[in-house]
Design a binder for this molecule. Structure first.
Ligand code: SF4
Length: 179
């Protein structure tokens, strides 16, 4: 029988939630016995294929994030929002009270000390920023939420093993944190 496939992706986040996943340390060996890894920090896959469990770090700050999220949702049977950025926008959402156009102009054009001729990057390859940073549940259905900035390695392990066992991944209170 084929093993369940797990994928992860980082949108507008700092990769700290992925570092917390890697912090399960030697339990990664046990996990590797139980699952196949699709796109994740443990493989070099750039595209996600059909998966059983998808873990998403980060919110949505640009058009590419939305595209990647929608594709990830299509490919993953169960989707887990991992960390504050995915759940409520987190730190990147601190820009939500500001006008994105003015903010970009301040950072790339008007800030003291910039080289002459500096301007807002406009290469067509760059993803367009969204006016606000959005949590991922505003765009796709999310099956489970794992709070924390980041959630601890123990919380990620408890969530993953529950899902793999077919149990409800509701965490015991000591593993739930909101900072
Ligand atoms: Fe980084 Fe915290 Fe966001 Fe995770 S929730 S991506 S650790 S800022």
């Amino acid at each position: 029988m084929s093993r369940p496939r797990i994928a992860t992706v980082s949108l507008a986040g700092c990769f700290g939630c992925h570092m917390s996943l890697l912090d399960i340390d030697e339990r990664l060996f046990a996990l590797a016995e139980l699952v196949e890894f699709d796109r994740s920090p443990l493989t070099d896959l750039k595209e996600v294929g059909p998966c059983d469990i998808g873990l998403i770090e980060g919110g949505l700050c640009n058009a590419e994030n939305v595209e990647v999220l929608r594709d990830f949702r299509r490919q993953c049977r169960v989707l887990v929002a991992v960390g504050a950025c995915a759940i409520n926008g987190g730190l990147p959402a601190q820009r939500n009270g500001r006008d994105i156009g003015r903010l970009m102009a301040e950072v790339y054009h008007a800030r003291p000390g910039l080289a002459e001729g500096s301007g807002i990057p406009n290469d067509p390859e760059l993803p367009l920023p969204l006016a606000r940073v959005h949590p991922i549940h505003e765009v796709v259905h999310i099956d489970h939420f794992l709070p924390g900035c980041p959630p601890s390695a123990d919380a990620i392990w408890a969530c993953l093993t529950a899902l793999l066992d077919g149990r409800d991944p509701a965490l015991p209170r000591p593993l739930i944190r909101y900072d």
